[in-house]
Design a protein around this ligand. Structure first.
Ligand code: UD1
Length: 351
């Protein structure tokens, strides 16, 4: 059996790191396309290196540009490879433009699609990631769900065939890499404890000047009580420069995007997390930390229902900090048992 996997954005390198190894362990033949959606070294190659991944077989170099430009370039590039490689399955991850374009090119060639992290739903419906998620689940033959809620979300849309509850591959990676988390980063960055880790990159948080200004002013309030470290996504960095908001980051320690082991090292030593990242919301829970989630909704509603994570509007960040420290008890098992990638590989191996 030949499986063609499509990765290209930072969260996909992280998810594929464990799944590719599990496929190999089952003796399956995997070909990997890197779409190049993320192209800075710190957003792409560093993960391949840091997570001991094999180099992708194909690099499309389709990063940057508008959603349409990028999606179209990935569609064309993937189609060419699929025609040449004739895979039995195409494997896509998460909710990025690479996920959508990869799945769509396969579906049009009548190659079955398997979707890792299927069934996640959240508002607003017009966010690019939600559009990608919904469309990819519609054209997938296998949907590997990280949570039971994701299974239920699909059932609510009358999707039941091919839905498999596996648990979350990000938990697998967290458990595998835990002993290698780089806590020395705290000293390297000369952070004084207690500190708070911040990451923000969602288009609705950073693409509008007033919204971004409001968020940075809120972070300045938080900085009166905690040191803040903010590994900054290139999208956010560009907007701060374009909007002329540099004066609002003088009390925040900004770094380049960091490798997985460093972010996990920071997370494990932080007081709590402020984020709009889908992945970090879960990873903070894996690390026994709490997160203030700067989003109108979350795909990981189990964590907000359990009051481990708290949602905050952009003008509520400093005001809601007290709610994080006093929130609910840690419950376990939401994201499976840390063997999601093996379960996924076994599904293919037993076909
Ligand atoms: C994408 C995903 C998002 C995911 C995020 C993780 C979509 C629609 N969104 O958002 O779900 O949480 O990745 O990081 O696919 N840029 C660089 N260097 C890079 C990568 C991007 O400068 O290495 C710039 C791009 O040129 C663009 C901006 O950052 O101006 C946004 O990049 P893009 O990949 O479109 O979306 P993300 O915001 O990263």
């Amino acid at each position: 059996m030949k499986i063609l996997s499509i990765i290209g954005a930072r969260p996909q390198f992280i998810k594929a790191a464990v799944v590719s190894k599990a496929l190999l362990a089952q003796g399956l033949h995997e070909i990997v396309i890197n779409t190049g959606q993320h192209y800075d070294y710190n957003m792409s190659d560093v993960f391949l290196k840091n997570l001991n991944m094999l180099p992708p077989h194909y690099n499309l170099g389709a990063g940057s540009g508008s959603h349409a430009t990028m999606t179209a370039a990935i569609l064309c590039g993937c189609e060419e490879v699929m025609i040449k490689e004739k895979p039995d399955w195409v494997l896509v991850y998460g909710d990025t433009n690479s996920t959508l374009a990869g799945a769509l090119s396969a579906a049009k060639l009548k190659i079955p699609v398997a979707h890792v992290e299927a069934g996640i739903r959240m508002l607003p419906k017009d966010m690019p990631e939600e559009i990608n998620r919904v469309l990819v689940d519609r054209i997938s033959s296998l949907m590997f769900c990280p949570t039971l809620r994701a299974v239920q979300n699909l059932r609510n849309e009358n999707i039941v065939n091919g839905v498999i509850h596996t648990g979350d591959v990000m938990l697998d990676l967290f458990q595998t890499m835990k002993s290698e988390f780089d806590v020395s980063i705290v000293e390297k960055l000369e952070l004084k404890r207690p500190f708070v880790l911040v990451t923000l990159h969602r288009d609705y948080n950073v693409d509008n000047k007033n919204t971004l200004e409001c968020i940075l002013m809120e972070l300045n309030q938080v900085a009166k009580s905690f040191e803040i470290v903010f590994p900054m996504h290139p999208r956010t960095a560009k907007r701060i420069t374009n909007f002329g908001l540099e004066k609002l980051i003088s009390s925040i320690k900004i770094t380049e995007p960091l490798p997985y082991s460093s972010v996990m090292g920071l997370l494990s030593k932080s007081e709590f997390l402020i984020t709009d990242s889908g992945g970090l919301q879960k990873e903070s829970y894996f690390a026994g930390k709490r997160a203030l989630v700067v989003m109108p909704d979350t795909g990981w509603i189990e964590l907000t229902d359990a009051r481990i994570n708290v949602l905050a509007g952009v003008n509520e960040i400093s005001g809601k900090i007290n709610q994080i420290s006093s929130s609910g008890n840690f419950i376990t098992g939401i994201f499976g048992d840390g063997f999601a990638s093996q379960k996924i590989a076994r599904v293919f191996a037993e076909m």
